[in-house]
Design a binder for this molecule. Structure first.
Ligand code: PGA
Length: 253
């Protein structure tokens, strides 16, 4: 098995004004600097308005920066949108794409997410492509089929282990305090890796990092991160608290 470096990603969603964002990023930077080199990758994905300020706070700390969305076109008449290159210009290495909140709130479908992932790759960003079933899909036994379908539809040709991360986030676990059983997480992650292998080959599939997201907290991170095919976490609520987010990082194997 290739050595996949654990990634702990914080998705701040639509939270934080300049002062809060700088304080949160500053506090995590201090911790990272005093820890010396980290054994895992820590990533902050603040709202677009805070990316520049967070970038300044984390300079030299080893913490990485990412966006929460980008447009599928390189530039042009798209009022209110942000391009992948604008994110790299701000110092981002990553962008979250296809989060279930964007799928639900903005009607984003697989084909659009695939186009966004291509745009992200074109700009040199690592796309964190999110997939996950709703509660009714899980209850009706469709979880694996839904996730496989989303993967097929959202990952572009040209996906590699260095330009793509996949995040499995069951919709019903996001922000609810509920999580799937460890066996259910494992089953989905094994399925995702098998899907990647059948489309992109064993080597790429072996290298792509697979994150679990949905109510990850310091209390459950150890057991979730210990699952063989879980290579990190995408954290929402708990990433807004420096102590909690850092504590999740500290559970990294
Ligand atoms: P949560 O959100 O940790 O608050 O459940 C996770 C996410 O939406 O990425």
């Amino acid at each position: 098995m290739s050595s996949r470096r654990t990634l702990i990603a914080g998705n701040w969603k639509m939270n934080g004004l300049r002062q809060d964002g700088a304080a949160l990023a500053g506090s995590l930077s201090d911790k990272a600097r005093s820890a010396g080199s980290l054994s895992f990758d820590m990533l902050l994905c603040p709202p677009t308005t805070l990316i520049a300020a967070v970038g300044t706070e984390i300079l030299g700390s080893g913490i990485k920066l990412g966006g929460q969305n980008c447009h599928h076109n390189e530039k042009g008449a798209h009022t209110g949108e942000v391009s992948a290159q604008m994110l790299t210009d701000l110092g981002c290495d990553y962008v979250i794409l296809g989060h279930s909140e964007r799928r639900a709130d903005n009607g984003e479908e697989d084909a659009l997410i695939m186009a966004k992932a291509s745009a992200a790759h074109g700009a040199g960003l690592i796309a964190i492509v999110c997939v996950g079933e709703t509660e009714s899909q899980r209850d009706s036994g469709e979880a694996l089929a839904v996730v496989s379908g989303q993967l097929k539809g959202s990952l572009p040709d040209g996906t590699t282990a260095t330009n793509t991360v996949v995040a499995y986030e069951p919709v019903w676990a996001i922000g609810t305090g509920r999580t799937p059983t460890l066996e259910d997480i494992e089953e989905v992650h094994v399925t995702i890796r098998a899907e990647l292998a059948s489309r992109f080959g064993a080597e790429i599939a072996d290298g792509v990092r697979l994150l679990y997201g949905g109510s990850v907290k310091p209390e459950n991170a150890t057991e979730i991160l210990a699952i063989a095919d879980v290579d990190g976490a995408l954290v929402g609520g708990a990433s807004l608290d420096a102590e909690q987010f850092w504590a999740i990082g500290e559970t990294c194997p």
